[in-house]
Design a protein around this ligand. Structure first.
Ligand code: AMP
Length: 362
């Protein structure tokens, strides 16, 4: 249904969002601010996004009939997480525009396809070999070397589905843990910093890019984001140019987050996420246009907003029972507290975040 004369969706149009987590919730809040309605489709009842949306359909992601009905009821479809089966999403493009495209969704779901696409654009990643058997894993370690990281090609997030190989003795253990799924062996990257760049591209090919930010992880989960990343201007420009090249190369319409490693030899791309990203939450309070509004603008065919920073910022994730300290955070100077309305606190669950605005003591 891709329409070459796609007109901006007027206010009161309905944006369909696949997924009902905190990213959907914050997208819905941005959409509401701009006078749009939001229809959430997700498998869980009472999801965080529903509270901020006019309509919710509870359904499975592989229920094509329910997804088609959903697509027919909205004016455009986007998604807030990428582990949705790509085939039914491709099917619904007969009834509604889906941005970013199902092809981008499929690419970002598979670490091998993702790295192949990125390398085709002349952009570097960690060296990698697809693995599908224990013999293949032995061969892959010959090519890639050890230390290396074995990962499931699909459905990995927050360090899940990963095994670090530190010696040849780990090969069998890694296979025992992850064997059976499609896998990828990646060379271990000795990075000095992890950064990400969030880029938006509209249907006409205009691009806007947020500044690179530094990401600090704890237990494989994002803990802190520093905006801007403390890197040289030259490196920041290089990171932004990589992001723009990928957005163009994928013919992106929407928002794309690109995770990168900074190494002594330059930047390597690690992962793509075609949706708003945890490392962009600082933009709600510290950028002219936040990443959620930018997504809405891109998928609704509006002119992209200015991504410039209003001030420097530091975003702290509230994971698990960190959220119990909500009152402390709510009283801190220059702190903006965001809670996601999740009823159950679980270890490792993202419950909210705090953004500290760095404003020279104002
Ligand atoms: P990922 O799921 O690929 O984002 O990986 C989660 C985290 O594991 C990354 O943010 C890195 O801290 C670490 N990691 C992933 N891949 C590699 C690699 N090839 N070399 C070193 N560290 C890695």
């Amino acid at each position: 249904m891709s329409d070459p004369v796609f007109k901006p969706l007027p206010p009161l149009s309905t944006i369909g969002i696949l997924g009902g987590g905190q990213l959907g919730r914050m997208m819905a809040m941005a959409a509401a601010q701009m006078g749009y309605h939001v229809h959430i489709y997700c498998p869980e009842e009472n999801c965080p996004a529903s509270e901020a949306s006019k309509y919710t359909t509870t359904g499975k992601y592989d229920d094509t009939a329910a997804l088609v009905k959903f697509a027919k009821s909205v004016d455009v479809v986007t998604y807030e997480f990428e582990n949705i089966p790509a085939e039914p999403v491709a099917e619904i493009t007969k009834y509604a525009n889906v941005f970013p495209s199902p092809q981008i969704l499929a690419t970002s779901q598979h670490r091998v396809l993702e790295k192949q696409e990125i390398n085709k654009m002349g952009i570097a990643t960690a060296p990698f070999v697809p693995v599908s058997s224990v013999g293949g894993l032995h061969e892959a370690t010959q090519k890639i070397g050890i230390p290396s990281v074995l990962k499931t090609a699909r459905m990995g997030y927050d360090g899940k589905g990963q095994f670090m190989l530190k010696s040849v003795n780990d090969i069998e253990k890694a296979w025992e843990k992850l064997g059976g799924s499609e896998l990828i062996l990646e060379g271990f990257v000795d990075f000095s910093m992890e950064i990400s760049v969030i880029v938006a591209r509209d249907i006409k090919g205009n691009i806007q890019c947020y500044c690179p930010v530094q990401n600090i992880h704890k237990n494989h989960i994002l803990h802190e984001t520093i905006a801007p990343a403390p890197i040289s201007e030259k490196l920041a420009t290089e990171a932004e140019n990589i992001a723009k090249k990928i957005a163009d190369g994928l013919n992106l319409v929407g928002l794309l987050a690109i995770e990168m490693f900074v190494t002594a030899d330059g930047i390597l791309v690690n992962e793509l996420a075609p949706r708003p990203h945890n490392s962009g939450h600082w933009t709600i309070d510290a950028a002219i246009t936040n990443q959620f509004e930018q997504t809405i603008r891109a998928v609704c065919g509006l002119v992209l907003g200015n991504p410039a920073r209003l001030c420097d910022a530091r975003m702290l994730n509230l994971i698990g029972d960190d959220v119990d300290d909500w009152e402390k955070y709510s009283g801190e100077k220059n702190a903006k507290l965001h809670l996601y309305g999740k009823k159950e606190t679980k270890p490792g669950r993202k419950m909210g975040h705090v953004t500290y605005l760095i404003t020279d003591n104002r």
